[in-house]
Design a protein around this ligand. Structure first.
Ligand code: GLC
Length: 544
């Protein structure tokens, strides 16, 4: 097997990032909500069992929890629900002690309406922090200042009785947007960044980074002619609240802060087409994100030709020194296994871990966890609560349910006598859990871990080139996605069957290859490449 002898890549290029939604990962104190000590208890699982390299924690800071932590009231604290600063320091030390990195969620676009900055800002029009947020007079008819919408339903403006103006919030009304046109705001956020960087955190996932600047003229946004009539937020094109070109210098300033430290990184949350997305790498003179999250595949219809085209197009759009990355699941999108179907979930994970670039894996996707239907009385997520008629589309509770560790009550997420978990545990937890999957050699988890094990020693997977292929028949090309990964001394082929039928590939290679791993875990060893056939829903990693 090849050896990893190169050392010129950064950890955030060669490693696998694993997202933890802290409320749902592990509850150590029996209150039904996950916490930092819970994560510490499971660090061996992350480092040794599944072999990931970095952990990203969704927000753990003090918050009134109107958006489950994405409404921050103190950027330099830990919410008591998750633990104490001592617990955090221990988590960081223990994570580093196992050779892993720790990323925090930075939420610069908005604060909680209970943050002291906003309390000051709303206290009077004369307050020095008034313009730290975005305040506008009512329109002449007394209504909202313009047509901007909140992601979570309703207008993006809330009227403040006391001072007679509206403030902007792109999410819930308890999340007022900061005003990065005010010279004191970015320095205040930079102080928060430095607080955690000084502690030794390895960087940040930066929330809605492309929405930090808004049109200074506050123009109405145009209707989107392609709107399907379902989600009100999507009825407009967000020309004036997202991807404003003057956000780039702000991000460059943030990057300069990271560059004051060794080996740190930031990954930006950006849902944009390739041409816009790649601008968030910045330029060699003015660098921005180390990685702008690539979400092309998180909403894509699961069809081989389409997925191949998306991958090829993204590869072609990357500037020469930009490092790619891939995401198939997160806390805002339906579970991967539900989206692509459980039968395809291994194929999808094989793709995630073998494409060129950094993979980010959402907790539980390594087990094939699925969306959990949430009975109406348990629905908690604000977009679902605010828009009950489309709760099943916009609600994010189904993908945030407790991690399934074992078959004990509460799935080992909390102790059996703990309070009921904050969201219901999946019905299938007795079958689908870490403990039972560890005992089954062919389980999803063992498949995932075999893949990360191989990835760890494979130069081709970590930094080899990428090229996709047409296959011998239109049928095979239509249903299978086949690509090579090539490094100096290692040539691999990844062959993924997106269909429920057997597919004879007709590969453009002859001779013998060696199957290193099949998603079925039923075959390894030599194969005749020209005659290679994939089983229904099978993916293979092949050594050439
Ligand atoms: C991001 C987060 C999402 C949150 C929103 C507002 O999109 O991923 O969970 O609700 O920002 O902070």
């Amino acid at each position: 097997m090849p050896n990893d002898t190169k050392n010129k890549y950064f950890w955030w290029q060669t490693g696998v990032i694993y997202q933890i939604y802290p409320r749902s990962f592990m509850d150590s104190d029996g209150d039904g909500i996950g916490d930092l000590n819970g994560i510490i208890q499971r660090l061996d699982y992350l480092a040794d069992t599944i072999g990931v390299d970095a952990i990203w924690l969704s927000p753990i800071f003090p918050s009134p929890m109107h958006d489950f932590g994405y409404d921050i009231s103190d950027y330099r604290g830990i919410h008591p629900m998750f633990g104490s600063m001592n617990d955090f320091d221990r988590l960081l030390k223990e994570t580093h002690g196992r050779g892993m990195k720790l990323l925090l969620d930075l939420v610069p676009n908005h604060t909680s309406d209970e943050h002291p900055w906003f309390l000051e800002s709303r206290s009077s029009r004369e307050n020095p922090k008034r313009d730290w947020y975005i305040w506008r007079d009512p329109s002449p008819d007394g209504g909202v200042p313009n047509n901007w919408l909140s992601h979570f339903g309703g207008p993006a403006w809330t009227f403040d009785e006391k001072t007679g103006q509206y403030y902007l919030h792109q999410f819930v009304r308890q999340q007022p947007d900061l005003n990065y046109r005010h010279p004191e705001v970015l320095p205040a956020m930079v102080e928060a960044m430095r607080f955690w960087l000084d502690k030794g955190v390895d960087g940040f996932r930066v929330d809605v980074i492309s929405k930090m600047m808004k049109d200074p003229l506050f123009r109405d946004e145009p209707p989107d002619p392609a709107w399907n009539g379902v989600r009100p937020y999507l009825s407009l094109l967000h020309t004036y609240t997202s991807n404003m070109q003057d956000v780039h210098p702000v991000i460059h300033e943030m990057r300069k802060v990271l560059d004051l430290y060794d080996d740190r990184m930031m990954v930006g949350e950006i849902y944009l087409p390739n041409a816009d997305l790649v601008k968030y790498y910045g330029t060699p003179e003015k660098r921005e994100c180390h990685l702008p999250f690539n979400f092309q595949l998180i909403a894509a219809p699961w069809e081989a030709t389409l997925v191949r085209k998306m991958v090829d197009d993204y590869e072609a759009a990357l500037p020469p020194d930009a490092w790619p990355n891939w995401v198939l699941g997160n806390h805002d999108r339906h579970r991967l296994a539900t989206r692509v179907t459980p039968a395809q979930a291994r194929v999808a994970n094989m793709m995630l871990l073998t494409l060129r670039g950094t993979p980010t894996c959402y907790y539980g996707d390594e087990l094939g966890m699925e969306n959990v239907p949430i009975p109406p009385e348990y629905v908690q997520d604000p977009p679902a609560v605010n828009q009950p008629e489309i709760a099943h589309i916009v609600g994010r509770d189904p993908e945030r349910t407790p991690m399934q560790w074992d078959d004990s009550p509460h799935a080992g997420f909390s102790s059996p006598d703990a309070k009921r978990p904050w969201l219901p545990v999946a019905d299938n937890y007795k079958m689908v859990n870490v403990e039972s999957q560890l005992k089954d050699k062919k389980s999803f988890l063992n498949f995932f871990r075999t893949l990360t094990d191989y990835r760890n020693i494979s130069p081709a997977l970590k930094f080899g080139s990428y090229r996709s292929f047409d296959l011998g028949s239109a049928e095979a090309t239509g249903h299978c996605f086949v690509y090579e990964r090539k490094a100096e001394k290692e040539h691999l082929l990844v062959a993924l069957n997106f269909s429920g039928q057997e597919q004879k590939l007709g590969l453009p290679f002859s001779g013998t290859g060696k199957i290193l791993l099949s998603t079925t875990m039923n075959r390894t060893g030599d194969v005749d490449l020209s005659g290679l056939t994939l089983q229904p829903n099978e993916g293979c990693l092949i050594f050439l």
